[in-house]
Write a protein that binds this ligand. Sequence first.
Ligand SMILES: O=C(O)C(=O)C[C@]1(C(=O)O)C=C[C@@H](O)C=C1
Length: 90
Amino acid sequence: MEPQTEAFTELDIHLSIGQARTDIDDLDLGIIRLLRMRRAVSQRIQRTRLRADGPQIDPGREDDIARVYRSHFGDSGDDVAAAVLRACRS
Ligand SMILES: O=C(O)C(=O)C[C@]1(C(=O)O)C=C[C@@H](O)C=C1
């Protein structure tokens, strides 16, 4: 392979990874925005239960949520659900 062609290919790869990383950064900001909105709603529910002298946590509901994440991400869905639920605790 010609050195020039190889250099161009490397630049091409570098640019395309850079663009993809910009896309990922934008997507992460969207996920963070959604997660903050989710946390606000979740904390409202948790506080309502606590004010009524109920438990903060509803394990049955958390199992249902984990099942949904598992159906989308397989075994790692459990970890994703656990992280989401943890981030949304009061
Ligand atoms: O759905 C509820 O009852 C909530 O309190 C919300 C939520 C959640 O973040 O999804 C939070 C804590 C509970 O253990 C279960 C679920």
